[in-house]
Design a protein around this ligand. Structure first.
Ligand SMILES: [Fe+2]
Length: 348
């Protein structure tokens, strides 16, 4: 069966892609950003996912304002890197996994999440920058990618709560796919930033760090955030952070944060990055620990009864030994008595 093993969350700042493509990774400004992903690249090389589901937003590249789907799942064989501000990035074509994508679409739609199925979609920096940060600059991407585009550009975007529950439905879908596949879910976008208006350039590190602090163990605090709170605290484009919650919902309740990185700024945006690995569910872990405790208690009882038996045996032995000692004493007395009798007889 397919299994989600981890989640990767990261900002998808377009300037990061341009810096990488233009060979600026060693410049001090950019080195600060790219050095934060060195460990992540090693991690994903070890994990070797078969498929990554990448939750991102289209920046008016594949979809114009004529049609803006709330959730659009890429079910195609491949997705072409889009021609955006700096031109199409020189990155490999993104290969999809149509079978798993179609299975997710069916499962999730029957679970009452109204996804748009997309069979043709160019993908912009929202998807390709996270791939570059995690996989570097390979000839071809080392795994299949299923893009999931979320509308965060045209009001009203979905709530963080809706995103979280969609993640849960995706997890259920993946876990019912019969092929053995190792799946990692990416949540991209954010962190705090605003690219236009009087507050352009806004970054709120306190909000970002608090978001990251709650992400693993208290996502319910984040799913309760309303649009206006993102807007006020994280800037107009900070709403992209709801896409992280799709990835969080797709993971177990019990996760371990295995890596965190945060730096300010990259271009005009705060860069945040988390890697979470699935751990056994708390309920399952609790049951497991109760079972282990009961087995331990049972084994202790068996041991103590095993110890008790020898003790009993030794008491018995002791009794026997006492009796054993007593028997010769009695025999001696009887022998003495018999000897006295014989002597008496002889005297007569
Ligand atoms: Fe974005």
């Amino acid at each position: 069966m397919a299994k989600i093993v981890a989640g990767v969350c990261t900002s998808h700042v377009p300037a990061i892609g341009a810096a990488l493509d233009l060979g600026k990774t060693e410049e001090p400004y950019w080195k600060r950003v790219f050095s934060g992903y060195e460990r992540s690249k090693r991690w994903i090389e070890e994990v070797k996912p078969d498929v990554c589901i990448v939750v991102f937003n289209d920046h008016a590249t594949a979809f114009s304002v004529d049609v803006v789907p709330t959730f659009a799942l890429g079910c195609a064989e491949e997705f072409i890197p889009a021609d955006e501000g700096w031109g199409p990035r020189p990155v490999p074509v993104v290969k999809g996994h149509p079978e798993l994508a179609a299975h997710i679409a069916q499962s999730v739609i029957l679970d009452e999440f109204d996804l748009t199925v997309v069979n043709k979609m160019d993908v912009d920096h929202g998807l390709t920058v996270p791939l570059s940060l995690m996989f570097g600059q390979p000839e071809e991407w080392p795994c299949k990618i299923i893009p999931l585009a979320v509308n965060v550009v045209l009001f009203p975007p979905p709530t963080g709560n809706r995103c979280f529950h969609l993640g849960e439905a995706i997890r259920k879908a993946v876990e019912s796919f019969p092929e053995d596949l190792k799946v990692v879910v990416f949540g991209t976008g954010g962190m705090s930033h605003q690219i236009s208006g009087p507050r352009a350039g806004l970054i709120n590190s306190k909000f970002d760090k608090n978001f990251m602090d709650n992400f693993s163990d208290h996502p319910e605090k984040l799913t309760a955030l309303r649009h206006v709170e993102y807007m006020r605290e994280a800037g107009a484009e900070g709403i992209e952070m709801v896409m992280w919650l799709v990835a969080r919902g797709a993971l177990n309740k019990n996760v371990e944060e295995v890596y965190r990185f945060y730096t300010v700024p990259a271009s005009n945006t705060a860069v945040g990055h988390l890697i979470l690995e699935n751990r056994p569910e708390k309920r399952a872990a609790k049951a497991k620990s109760a079972k282990a405790k009961s087995a331990k208690a049972k084994s202790a009882k068996t041991k103590s009864s095993a110890r008790a038996k020898p003790a009993k045996a030794s008491r018995t032995k002791k009794v026997l030994a006492v009796r054993g000692k007593a028997a010769p004493v009695k025999a001696k007395k009887a022998a003495k008595k018999a000897a006295k009798k014989a002597a008496k007889k002889a005297r007569r």
